[in-house]
Ligand binder design. Structure first.
Ligand code: CO
Length: 134
């Protein structure tokens, strides 16, 4: 079912400091910040040859990553995003296997404008997985 690793997401307490660090210290190609009010996050993408790193910072009230940052004030790895060909088919297969889908259970538009779902970390050994239709 799964294809490529689309990105690894890291929640950071200071998006500018994190962007500068990846660009200036690692020499990475870093995007401008993008506000995603529907997701309650601001994202910056660090493009690598084979995948991306998504730097995440809370946006607005009730951001889904606000608690994560409270528990991890220095930031930390938040989720992995894996590509799938057909998100509805994947959803059917995953729920049949007993995997819980977070939120409404329906795909939402993700950071790249493609449909995404988040899977319950307890169903994947403590890792939060995002699946994105590639
Ligand atoms: Co993501």
């Amino acid at each position: 079912m799964i294809g490529k690793l689309n990105h690894i997401a890291i929640v950071v307490p200071d998006l500018k400091a994190a962007s500068d660090r990846y660009r200036d210290v690692l020499g990475a190609d870093v995007s401008a910040p993008d506000d995603l009010p529907d997701h309650g996050v601001t994202t910056v993408f660090v493009s690598l040859a084979n995948t991306k790193i998504e730097l995440l910072h809370p946006l607005g009230e009730g951001s889904p990553i606000a608690k994560f940052l409270e528990r991890n004030p220095d930031g930390g790895i938040h989720h992995l995003c894996l590509e799938v060909e057909d998100i509805q088919a994947s959803k059917t297969q995953l729920t049949a296997a007993g995997v819980r889908i977070l939120g409404s259970g329906e795909p939402r538009k993700g950071a790249h404008g493609k449909p995404v779902l988040f899977l319950h970390p307890k169903d994947f050994h403590g890792a939060l997985l995002e699946i994105e239709e590639a």
